[in-house]
Design a protein around this ligand. Structure first.
Ligand SMILES: NC(=O)c1ccc[n+]([C@@H]2O[C@H](COP(=O)([O-])OP(=O)(O)OC[C@H]3O[C@@H](n4cnc5c(N)ncnc54)[C@H](OP(=O)(O)O)[C@@H]3O)[C@@H](O)[C@H]2O)c1
Length: 287
């Protein structure tokens, strides 16, 4: 287990649920049986009700459930969105802001702080916050995020932001840890050589590298073989030299969205109108 900056304990590895839906009702109990006690989902994966149905099949008292706020045009209903997610899931421990939505994320963070201060969840955090966004957040937040969930694998390691988060006691959670089986990663001779030494697979070496560098990987899979394989990494540890070799694999190869280019100009304008139009309407109503 890892202690977050507010003392809340979470497992060293989690189970990612995107893009799966109905299948999760069967797969969540399989993941639990194989040892996963941390489940990651989001309101925009449209699978929270299936995750909830899967969780209801097991004794889920000891499972940490993570979900995300991804509805920029429902910013002022953030608490309502949280409650809707919680109702579908049955339990919701950690709530994350999914993206730094232009013009809106600062307001959203204040609402996340209110949610946490009111005791509605065990921890709050963000996703996809790069150096610039994180420094800005740290300059005004009253509650530091407990987690920053980022794309992280050996070909895209995000070293600078990981170092900043480590310094600020913000836990990194690595999404797309096997880079969706990108061949440049899985055909790497460095990884294959380390895997053969420990009689493990390349995916297992990547999970272990994340854990040994203090990050929580959240691989997704619907195959029982892969689910078991990805968590069967607690009987070995990488040497410092092996970690250094993997650290040397950085290739700047992002496979998911860049938070800086995630939204189109049209979306940004929409967010702007929503943010400031809402204030004007409020003022008008007061009068
Ligand atoms: N916060 C964010 O913005 C964000 C963005 C993306 C993802 N996420 C979260 O992170 C989770 C994981 O990321 P991801 O789904 O993008 O990528 P991923 O976990 O790197 O890759 C998932 C893919 O890899 C395959 N796979 C997994 N383990 C394997 C193994 N041991 N051997 C062979 N194939 C394997 C799976 O197929 P099989 O089903 O066949 O095993 C699946 O197609 C998501 O489910 C989601 O919860 C968060």
């Amino acid at each position: 287990m890892i202690k977050l900056n507010n003392g809340f304990l979470i497992p060293e590895i989690g189970y990612g649920t995107f893009p799966n839906k109905e299948k999760l009702v069967e797969v969540i109990p399989i993941a639990y049986k194989n040892g996963y006690k941390l489940i990651d989902t989001s309101d925009n994966y449209l699978n929270e009700e299936f995750v909830g149905q899967g969780l209801s099949k097991i004794d889920s008292q000891d499972i940490v459930v993570v979900s995300k706020f991804s509805q920029p045009l429902r910013t002022f209903d953030l608490e309502k969105c949280f409650n809707e997610s919680k109702q579908k899931l049955g339990n919701l421990n950690i709530y994350l802001l999914h993206w730094p939505f232009n013009h809106l994320w600062k307001q959203q963070w204040k609402l996340m702080e209110a949610l946490y201060s009111d005791g509605l969840c065990d921890a709050i955090g963000v996703c996809n916050f790069d150096m610039g966004y994180m420094k800005e957040l740290l300059s005004f937040c009253k509650i530091k995020p407990a987690i920053n969930q980022l794309e992280r694998h050996p070909l895209f390691q995000q070293k600078e932001i990981c170092e900043l988060c480590k310094k600020e006691s913000i836990q990194i959670m690595s999404y797309s840890p096997v880079a969706r089986m990108d061949s440049d990663l899985h055909e790497s001779e460095i990884l294959k050589e380390i895997a053969s030494k420990y009689q493990k697979t390349v995916s297992q070496i990547i999970m272990r590298w994340n854990i040994d560098t203090g990050c929580i990987p959240i691989p997704a899979s619907t195959s029982e073989k892969h689910i078991r394989e990805n968590i069967d990494v607690f009987d070995f540890q990488l040497s410092d030299d092996e970690i250094s070799s993997i650290n040397g694999m950085e290739a700047g190869k992002r496979i998911r969205f860049n938070p800086r280019t995630r939204f189109t100009n049209k979306q940004k304008v929409k967010f702007f109108i929503y943010r400031y139009g809402h204030n004007l309407i409020k003022r008008f109503k007061k009068k």
